[in-house]
Design a protein around this ligand. Structure first.
Ligand code: FES
Length: 99
């Protein structure tokens, strides 16, 4: 067991625009708000795909039941839905949509 603090860093392209400490049960969207980073959103329930961002590094598990706002193609491009997914390691996120 480790007490290492996990952090999430947000980028727009190559520019870092914010950083936050990962808190259990907070979505990437919540953590972005903590960092003062604005990510567009609509449904906030995994359906519309508006909140898609790109995972640069780290682990964000995707449920077996893939949310409707995501598909295999987007996932292969690094796409994750910020409104309903949770990081489990420190990670870096590009808020620019993957496609
Ligand atoms: S806001 Fe609709 S899928 Fe995230």
């Amino acid at each position: 067991m480790t007490d290492e603090t996990l952090s999430i860093r947000f980028f727009r392209g190559k520019s870092e625009i914010g950083k936050s400490i990962i808190i259990e049960n907070l979505t990437i969207l919540d953590l972005a708000e903590d960092a003062g980073v604005e990510i567009p959103r609509n449904c906030t329930s995994g359906t519309c795909g508006t909140c898609i961002v790109k995972l640069i590094s780290g682990t964000v598990p995707i449920p077996d039941q893939i949310p409707p706002g995501l598909d295999e193609y987007l996932m292969n491009e690094g796409g994750i839905l910020s409104c309903c997914l949770y990081p489990t390691t420190s990670c870096e996120i590009d808020i620019t949509p993957p496609i």
